[in-house]
Design a protein around this ligand. Structure first.
Ligand SMILES: [Zn+2]
Length: 292
């Protein structure tokens, strides 16, 4: 046998001797376990409000992909009413843990000062068929929306008056939303618009139960005009603020029991939302009637 070849063979035997193999195997196993433990700790760690850690970001993206699919495959009329527990039922143990941790946070920790509205579904919802708008020549639709009956009647009266006085109207782009849909919308904005910052997302999107869109009585409506102006990105709140429809609301909405919830520097710690108006149940059954 060639001398060098013989040396190589001996060296090869040494490398793969049973003792060394066990050592390598244990090292690899140790590294894998350490990796799993680190990932596990990262998933279950308390969320950093300014940016979720890498594992939580990974998990949240997975949750969003599942929920997007889930919501899109529902019949359109059921989307904004989607049940939170139904959405949770689609998730594995890691996903469920991250999502439940996020939604268990009291939004006061982010500077939100509004109340918890409700997690109960109102029993008097009116179904509103899609309303069409045209934005830069492109057709758009509000999709099917829901609204408690009393506020919807006042909305109709208000729009009749606006059409009469201004020749314009506003459509309901978002009315009642279930806590499930609110959770879905929050994650969507968290990932797509706020780079996984819970603090930033909570400035514009309420956590489930904390949205006026979930109030069974004094609920909120988000408006969009016939040209598709709603103030949502890439538009700005100022785009909506400049609308004659908005200026009209500032003067007349209270006559129909609607109030701007989030003006600039509002007491609730929420960003300026000129499109978001809530209905307030009149103090007595007859108040507000004079304006019909
Ligand atoms: Zn709103």
């Amino acid at each position: 046998m060639d001398h060098r070849l013989r040396k190589k063979k001996i060296a090869g035997r040494k490398i793969f001797s049973p003792g060394r193999f066990r050592l390598y195997a244990l090292t690899v196993l140790g590294l894998v376990l350490a990796g799993l433990l680190t990932s596990g700790f990262a998933v279950f760690a308390k969320p950093d409000y300014d940016r979720l850690n890498f594992m939580q970001r990974f998990v949240v993206c997975g949750v969003l992909a599942k929920w997007l699919h889930q919501v899109k495959t529902l019949p359109e009329e059921k989307r904004v009413l989607v049940d939170y527990n139904h959405l949770l039922g689609q998730l594995n143990v890691f996903e469920k843990s991250v999502v439940q941790r996020i939604f268990a946070i009291n939004p006061r920790e982010f500077g939100f000062k509004g109340p918890l509205h409700s997690l109960e579904k109102p029993d008097n919802l009116v179904k509103i068929m899609p309303q069409a708008y045209k934005r830069s020549g492109q057709e758009g639709s509000t999709g099917i929306q829901y609204c408690p009956a009393a506020s919807y009647n006042d909305y109709l009266r208000m729009m009749a008056r606006m059409r009469q006085e201004l020749g314009r109207e506003l459509f309901i782009e978002s009315g009642y939303r279930s806590p499930g849909f609110q959770a879905y919308a929050f994650l969507l904005y968290l990932v797509r618009n706020h780079d996984f910052s819970l603090r930033k997302a909570a400035r514009l999107n309420a956590l489930p139960g904390y949205s006026e869109h979930q109030d069974p009585v004094n609920n909120a409506l988000d408006f969009i005009n016939a040209d598709g102006v709603n103030g949502d990105e890439p538009q700005t709140p100022e785009d909506f603020e400049r609308l004659p429809e908005y200026q009209w609301l500032l003067k007349h909405a209270h006559k129909f029991n609607f109030y701007l919830s989030y003006p600039r520097d509002n007491q609730w710690g929420v960003s300026f939302e000129p499109w978001h108006w809530h209905w307030q149940k009149p103090a007595s059954p007859n108040s507000g009637k004079q304006w019909q």
